[in-house]
Design a protein around this ligand. Structure first.
Ligand SMILES: [Zn+2]
Length: 149
């Protein structure tokens, strides 16, 4: 993730990052030529998305989130398979992609395709959906507010 100063056509350099602990995340960048500064603010969901994807901001990834729980680790827990489990309790195996879902994914620009595929895959895993289809993609887009992906 990079920011460009439009006036200078220069890549802004990372200045400071903050994770205040309430789930939000901020990072500030400055233009090395004119000194203009910008800050990026991410709400808790965006912060988790970035953290989940392992995107590097300011030179290192956000604090690791526990991503993988095996079925064995949660066996015996009454709440192990509740609908609204937090994103961090992914437990289902990787979903397969139907050919029409793959075809739709292929229309996504290459530089974000991997990220988009992971978002849909995680969405399916969290809901124990074994196969990603265009219908699942539509549902994920509506529920996650991913219009345009
Ligand atoms: Zn500048």
């Amino acid at each position: 993730m990079k920011f460009l100063c439009i006036d200078c056509d220069a890549q802004m350099t990372f200045e400071e990052r903050q994770q205040p602990g309430d789930g939000t995340f901020t990072a500030s960048f400055a233009c090395p030529r004119c000194g203009r500064r910008v800050a990026m603010l991410a709400n808790p969901m965006e912060t988790q998305l970035v953290g989940t994807l392992g995107v590097e901001i300011g030179g290192r990834t956000l604090d690791e989130q526990p991503l993988e729980f095996t079925r064995g680790a949660v066996a015996g827990r009454d709440d192990a398979f509740i609908e609204d489990a937090p994103r961090s309790t992914l437990r289902a195996p990787r979903p397969v992609w139907s050919s029409d879902a793959e075809a739709r994914l292929a229309k996504v620009p290459g530089f974000v395709r991997g990220m988009v595929k992971k978002i849909y895959s995680d969405y399916a895993r969290e809901r124990a959906i074994e196969k990603v289809t265009p219908e699942v993609m539509d549902r994920a887009r509506a529920e996650l507010g991913l219009e345009g992906m």
